[in-house]
Write a protein that binds this ligand. Structure first.
Ligand SMILES: Cc1cc2nc3c(=O)[nH]c(=O)nc-3n(C[C@H](O)[C@H](O)[C@H](O)COP(=O)(O)OP(=O)(O)OC[C@H]3O[C@@H](n4cnc5c(N)ncnc54)[C@H](O)[C@@H]3O)c2cc1C
Length: 476
């Protein structure tokens, strides 16, 4: 039975008879408490973390894969579109319903069981709504980890749908590289289960890849088998003060062979980005003696081998010393300390930039050898075309990813600035540097114009053939 308070008049179609029939059908299939039309509850799903705002018709919170399948079939028969949502930490406006008030939000939050952990296989089988922190909490006791690491706590299904990269991609790869099997509910309402824990399987098309990085459009992920790794027993790092973008790349070229598989993160933070943290952030004191350098490079090493057997600090110190001697002037200082403090600075950048003005966050990638040339090109061009914009870039230089933030005083910018800048930078990145307009976060409404502009006819044809029906607001 519908037990929630009816929404106010004018909120149609939430209050229409058709909506009521839909609620009854969904409640009949899943139970009353799995369906909500309570406006306070709906509001949680109507605004995205950074971009995206819409209006939900209702939200369903299934408890099982069969519930998800039933909800999909009921909505399909009623001609109602579904917006899947995980932890709503996505950054491209793809986690919220559109403005129509017609869409049903399907939240995976109750599919939150860790089904099994296979230590011998180094894998874990989980439901789609399991949180990253929950999984790692469960693995830690046995000295294992799912190593995709980021400043948010997403669900595993959302991570698959966005192919989350994170800060340690340089060592462990992205979600795609760590996914062994999936279970999904297709837009037809069928369940496709391929929950195999195989590291090797060459038996034709690897169909699970259809659901990785495609923003949930082709299927709702209800389960996954993930690769787990030995939990590091030691972690160390440094903040190297690089004098230019080119100097960051020359440091990477030296450290990668010198540190091998122990290098787990290589992040560069521009002076503009660091300055925002020094001004607005929660830090006790500046890590630098004077002004921040052109780029602060956060280098992290870790290993499952304990420090009594392997001295990572010594290894890093020797490699940095060698580089400073060989490439004089590239790195003029190295800050040593607790690597957690360096991450603390890094994770505050986005939030602190918002204190500086309007922020356009572009998550782009180029071949990593072009990172310095690309970011310098962006600066030069914008100084001419948009002199009121400052470039506050930071990101995963070890894998060619940049969170290219453009910041300006809203009073100084003409209308349409965001759109014009996004188009200009995406064009430069894709056409001139052979890059990607979305390195990590997926397509989403935020990037849909670029998707239409840069996606080949072949890829579109394949999408149309494999999935003529779609979930969500993203028309892949
Ligand atoms: C502070 C912060 C830092 C971040 N850092 C990084 C980073 O370093 N690297 C990176 O890659 N991302 C990063 N992100 C982005 C974000 O965390 C990832 O995109 C995330 O993995 C999305 O997961 P989610 O559960 O929050 O999904 P949501 O935001 O809920 O959804 C994202 C998309 O996935 C779809 N979806 C969600 N669950 C499912 C499911 N079960 N089945 C099918 N489709 C589904 C949604 O429809 C939507 O299209 C960051 C975000 C924040 C807020």
């Amino acid at each position: 039975m519908i037990h929630q308070e009816a929404p106010a008049d004018g909120d149609a179609p939430r209050s229409s008879a058709a909506a009521t029939d839909l609620v009854l059908a969904l409640q009949g299939a899943m139970g009353d408490d799995c369906v909500s039309i309570d406006p306070t509850d709906l509001a949680r799903y109507e605004t995205g973390w950074r971009y995206g705002h819409g209006k939900a018709r209702l939200v369903v919170k299934p408890r099982t894969t069969e519930h998800v399948a039933a909800a999909v079939r009921i909505c399909r028969d009623a001609g109602v579109r579904i917006q899947p949502v995980g932890a709503n930490t996505g950054l491209v406006a793809a986690s919220t319903p559109d403005e129509s008030g017609e869409m049903v939000v399907l939240s995976l939050e109750r599919l939150s069981r860790i089904v099994s952990v296979d230590h011998g296989n180094g894998s874990a089988t989980v439901e789609g709504g399991v949180l990253l922190s929950q999984l790692n909490g469960a693995l830690a006791d046995d000295g294992r980890v799912f190593p995709i690491d980021l400043g948010a706590d997403p669900q595993i299904g959302g991570m698959i749908a966005t192919n989350t990269g994170g800060s340690r991609l340089v060592r462990y790869g992205d979600v795609r590289a760590n996914l062994l099997g999936v279970e999904v509910v297709l837009p037809t309402g069928e369940i496709w289960s391929d929950l195999k824990g195989l590291r090797k399987n060459n038996t034709g098309l690897d169909a699970k890849q259809l659901f990785v990085g495609t923003s949930g459009a082709f299927g709702i992920v209800t389960g996954a088998v993930l690769k787990t790794w030995p939990l590091p027993k030691q972690r160390t790092g440094a903040l190297a003060c690089a004098t230019s973008g080119e100097a960051v790349l020359s440091l990477l070229a030296r450290l990668e062979p010198a540190l091998g598989e122990f290098l787990t993160a290589f992040e560069a933070i521009s002076a503009t980005a660091v300055s925002a943290v020094l001004k607005h952030g929660a830090i006790d004191r500046s890590p630098y003696d004077g002004a921040p350098p052109a780029y602060s490079v956060l280098i992290e090493l870790s290993s499952a081998v304990p420090s009594e057997t392997l001295d990572l600090e010594e290894l890093l110190g020797a490699a940095l010393m060698e580089h400073m001697e060989a490439a004089e002037g590239d790195v003029d200082d190295v800050v040593v300390g607790d690597v957690k403090d360096f991450w603390h600075v890094r994770h505050q950048v986005s939030e602190c930039l918002r204190e500086e003005g309007t922020v356009l966050g572009l998550d782009v990638s180029v071949p990593r050898s072009s990172m310095a040339a690309f970011t310098s090109d962006v600066r030069t061009r914008l100084a001419e075309s948009h002199p009121f914009v400052s470039v506050a870039d930071f990101g995963h230089w070890g894998d060619g990813g940049s969170h290219l933030n453009l910041v300006w005083d809203p009073a100084a910018a003409p209308e349409g600035t965001k759109r014009a800048l996004q188009r200009e930078i995406y064009g430069l990145c894709v056409k001139t540097y052979g890059g990607s307009y979305s390195a990590e976060h997926g397509v989403g409404p935020h990037n849909i114009d670029a998707y239409h502009e840069y996606t080949s006819a072949y890829v579109r044809e394949v999408c149309a053939k494999v999935a003529p029906e779609r979930f969500g607001t993203v028309d892949l």
